[in-house]
Design a protein around this ligand. Structure first.
Ligand SMILES: [Fe+2]
Length: 360
């Protein structure tokens, strides 16, 4: 691995922020970058978009041709040997002039995008830690989200928010088959918004606190991104049927622990904004609030630069985003997100058929 040979940063990014110690960093060297570009050259003419089961399958297969060093790094990350909840892969050359303006909304068409190469880059690398999927209740099952600031959602706990901190959560914490990993690729972040992450392994837990957090004393509701009003689009008609499972979950949420797994390998399932303690038990409330305080104290802050790819272990680490002031308009912050599961077979109960990559 070599450091970046050339300054890839646009004038708006004068300083490359230091990478926190709790984040595993992989810097692509010149030959690795060239090999990845060749792989994208081969795949791009075959697909007009990434939103298909055909693409997801080919992506998983060709990811095995990515440079060996990167594969080894992500293999060790995936199998928990790095003891880090977040990985940062640096070195993709984001060509600011080619990607065009930041979209004003998430509701954009997905065929023949200007950013097909960037989408393939993100999907290929993320496919090394799992199979790509989308949620039927979020953008009608699309794999790739545009995370851009939207004025009317500024105060919401959504990717489109900005005026409030996006508080600690596992992605789709409410769902039994939530993503094992999610990746975020930065296209633009002139506002220098800070992505925050923290792993359950980044600090010690008091045994009595951990004991309470391991008990089935919590319920988590779906976040607003899974509600019909947040999924209104010019591109599809929503049906009641696609939200029926979410609706039944909201009416009858399962009671779950916040921490699970053996003492030597703890996993977490939390959402600060949408999680409640059953019966409002004060000791349990204190235990979960204490956990959020520990996340605050031990958090890693990443100021993503264009081309930075962050992969978050959604079983080990929570994430969020500090509030920031968007440069609303064509150069506003622009992040893409994709979810993957380490075991697609276990999601079968939530899919319509074997090849479908959309979960209910
Ligand atoms: Fe999130």
């Amino acid at each position: 691995m070599l450091a970046l040979e050339e300054n890839t940063l646009a004038p708006h990014y004068p300083v490359e922020a230091p990478v926190p110690q709790t984040v595993a960093l992989y810097e692509l060297d010149r030959s690795e970058k060239a090999a990845i570009e060749r792989l994208i050259d081969m795949l791009a003419p075959r697909f007009s978009m990434v939103e298909s089961s055909d693409f997801a399958e080919e992506c998983a297969i060709h990811a095995q041709e990515l440079p060996i060093g990167l594969r080894r790094f992500l293999y060790h990350f995936k199998t928990l040997q790095l003891r880090k909840g977040t990985a940062l892969i640096r070195g993709y050359q984001m060509q600011d002039h080619r990607i065009g303006d930041t979209p004003s909304h998430w509701d954009m068409p997905w065929e023949n995008p200007k950013v097909l190469r960037e989408e393939i880059y993100q999907c290929l690398i993320t496919a090394l830690v799992g199979d790509i999927f989308g949620w039927v209740t979020q953008e009608n099952g699309r794999f790739m989200r545009h995370i851009v600031p939207i004025k009317k959602d500024a105060y919401e706990q959504l990717g489109a928010g900005s005026a409030v901190d996006l508080v600690w959560h596992n992605e789709e914490a409410f769902h039994e088959r939530r993503a094992t990993f999610l990746s975020l690729l930065c296209y633009r972040n002139e506002e220098q918004a800070r992505t925050i992450t923290c792993s359950i392994d980044d600090f010690e837990l008091d045994p009595s606190q951990e004991n309470l957090l391991r008990q089935k004393r919590f319920v988590i509701q779906p976040d607003k991104a899974h509600l019909p009003e947040q999924n209104d689009s010019q591109h599809w008609q929503l049906s009641d049927e696609q939200f029926s499972l979410i609706k039944s979950h909201m009416e009858n949420p399962p009671v779950i622990p916040a921490i699970y797994g053996p003492a030597w390998e703890r996993f977490i399932q939390v959402d600060q904004a949408f999680m409640e303690v059953v019966d409002n038990d004060p000791a349990t409330k204190a235990a979960i609030d204490g956990l959020y305080e520990k996340f605050d104290r031990h958090k890693a802050e990443i100021v993503m630069q264009p081309g930075d790819l962050v992969i978050i272990d959604n079983d080990k680490a929570v994430h969020g985003r500090s509030k920031y002031k968007p440069n609303y308009g064509p150069r506003q912050r622009w992040i893409r997100r994709v979810n993957v599961t380490a075991d697609i077979r276990k999601t079968q109960d939530y899919r319509a058929n074997t090849r479908s990559r959309q979960l209910y």
